[in-house]
Design a protein around this ligand. Structure first.
Ligand SMILES: Cc1cc2nc3c(=O)[nH]c(=O)nc-3n(C[C@H](O)[C@H](O)[C@H](O)COP(=O)(O)OP(=O)(O)OC[C@H]3O[C@@H](n4cnc5c(N)ncnc54)[C@H](O)[C@@H]3O)c2cc1C
Length: 510
């Protein structure tokens, strides 16, 4: 990488990305006396549907030994203790940070629900049972409060200015600055005398990376569209080791994408609120027309909150039979009773999902909801395209869907689902016309993978040595690896506080 002959900006620390992690590290650094420039790809901060979508619930540590045991388990041994311990320690600093920064906060932590996830994991209860809740409606309020504060403190944010490449000293391997495109047009070089901190989020909107690292099957994501893995690619270019690249928050949903936009995402946990259970119900069937799981249950505990249970089913592969993924794509089948139950057919889970019309009238016109006077006619309309390694093109076989619906209806009449043990919404699908949503694909919130880092958030090279002056925080190389043990909102705060503490102490290069 060419070292520029002239620098357009000179700061102590360059922060790439102004989501939750970026704003936290920037304010924390300025508070410690550093001169900071934040480069943000979008014309606004907050990570679009990512930081702006999160519910500001912050974990607390109630028992350190148990919390460590729990996190070791959740990360399946893929994250060093040093990193887990540093983040647990930083967690103790979060309340002070929040108070010092005068961010809206409930004084007393409280339980939002019995946290039903991984209850049988070793160390459960050491972390995550009590949550501190900010006295705000959600992510936007939390981010906006921090962003206003950052402005007041003199954090300079350059919007519509994506970071494009890191600048590395060829002799020392130190990252000494970054190239960016100011106003998406003009190349600029930023000299970062102490450090460069990558806070560009994950790669949920980089389809090639998703295919390589997550699954050959299409996966859909609810987070920020700007999260195209830029920081990961930039870090790779200066020799970073990657970790946790297959990590995903969820699966929580089946979703439908139209014109690159996620238009529908269903999450069984919350479905009992929706129109479907008032007077009708639905089932999910795979492309062969068969049910493959309990679509819903009465309690969160019986579901696991982030859908670990379903992962294998979502991506189940059939090597001896069709050599396809069995359940991808899937379709949601329902009837006129459910459609006209009143209320929304889709629960809006984040700003990326557009509102739907009452009873899905508009969505039927758009073809997002398929309609048939009979189950057999509907099956023919449930078409899907070929995807290499995943599925041949086709449609649901009419006779199989008929059989599946008949069996479901009989089970409803008997009041139990012997096939999958579903205990909620046991209502028959028997009133024409019939409807389907799909093809649906596994849908998640955010990716975990990115550059590997140590307990100081310093990015490591392939030999586990730190690349001098380079840090990564937030979703860009999260400590989460397998199970979602340490929520992203908590992690964006802890990782940012750790990075600020160490980056500010770097000796400036000259
Ligand atoms: C729908 C949804 C719900 C969630 N709910 C919760 C929850 O309830 N609790 C919880 O703890 N967590 C939740 N999370 C996870 C949490 O929101 C994320 O882990 C967290 O917001 C990540 O913050 P971040 O700053 O690392 O990334 P982001 O918020 O994604 O910010 C990254 C920023 O980098 C910018 N950027 C990207 N590329 C570049 C570039 N080349 N140059 C400059 N800037 C760039 C982006 O525009 C963006 O502003 C949720 C996530 C989603 C999507």
């Amino acid at each position: 990488m060419k070292i520029p002959s002239k620098w357009d900006y000179e700061v102590d620390v360059a922060v790439l990305g102004f989501g939750g992690a970026g704003v936290t590290v920037a304010t924390s650094l300025v508070e410690k006396g550093a001169k900071v420039l934040v480069l943000e790809k979008e014309s606004f901060g907050g990570g679009d549907a990512n930081t702006l979508a999160f519910a500001p619930l912050i974990f607390t540590v109630s028992d350190e030994a148990k919390a460590l045991e729990y996190l070791r388990w959740c990360t399946a041994g893929r994250t060093e203790d040093e990193v887990l311990l540093a983040n647990m320690e930083a967690l103790q600093e979060v309340p002070d940070y929040i108070r010092k920064m005068k961010l809206p906060l409930r004084e007393e932590p409280f339980k939002i629900f019995p946290y039903g996830e991984y209850v049988n994991a070793p160390g459960y209860g050491g972390l995550g049972q009590m949550m501190m809740f900010h006295n705000v409606p959600g992510g936007p309020a939390f981010f906006n409060a921090q962003a206003a504060l950052a402005k007041e403190m003199g954090v300079e944010v350059m919007y519509s200015t994506p970071a494009t490449r890191l600048i590395q000293d060829p002799d020392t391997n130190a990252v000494i600055g970054v190239y960016a495109k100011r106003n998406n047009r003009e190349d600029i070089a930023v000299k970062a005398k102490k450090a460069t901190i990558i806070a560009t989020g994950g790669f949920a909107f980089n389809k090639e990376m998703l295919k390589q690292y997550i699954s050959p099957a299409p996966t859909l994501w609810m987070g920020a569209k700007a999260c195209t893995g830029d920081g990961i690619i930039m870090a790779q270019a200066v020799g970073a080791q990657l970790w946790h690249m297959d990590g995903k928050c969820g699966p929580m949903y089946w979703g439908i994408e139209v014109d690159n936009q996620l238009v529908y995402a269903t999450w069984e946990v919350f479905i009992p609120d929706a129109a479907f259970y008032k007077q009708g119900s639905f089932i999910w069937v795979n492309k062969y027309g068969k049910r493959f799981d309990s679509e819903a249950s009465k309690t969160i505990e019986e579901n696991d909150f982030h859908r670990m249970r379903l992962r294998e089913k979502y991506f189940a592969f059939d090597p001896k039979g069709t050599a396809e993924m069995k359940n991808i794509p899937a379709f949601q089948i329902f009837d006129e009773k459910a459609r006209t139950a009143g209320g929304a057919l889709v629960r809006i889970l984040n700003p990326a999902t557009p509102p739907w019309s009452e009873g899905g009238v508009e969505e039927i016109k758009k073809g997002w909801i398929l309609k048939g006077d009979t189950i057999e006619e509907l099956a023919k309309k449930c078409k899907f395209n070929a995807i290499d390694g995943v599925t041949r093109a086709g449609n649901i076989p009419s006779d199989v869907l008929r059989e599946t619906v008949d069996r479901w209806n009989a089970n409803c009449q008997a009041g139990e689902d012997p096939d999958f043990g579903r205990d909620a919404g046991l209502l028959p699908i028997d009133t024409p016309p019939y409807y389907a949503m799909g093809p649906m694909f596994p849908t998640f919130t955010s990716t975990f993978g990115g550059p590997k880092h140590d307990g100081k958030q310093r990015v490591l090279d392939a030999y586990n040595d730190p690349i001098p002056r380079l840090y990564a925080i937030g979703d860009c190389g999260s400590l989460n690896a397998y199970m979602y043990g340490f929520w992203g909102g908590t992690h964006m705060l802890t990782s940012a506080l750790i990075a600020a503490k160490h980056a500010v102490n770097e000796q400036p290069w000259s």
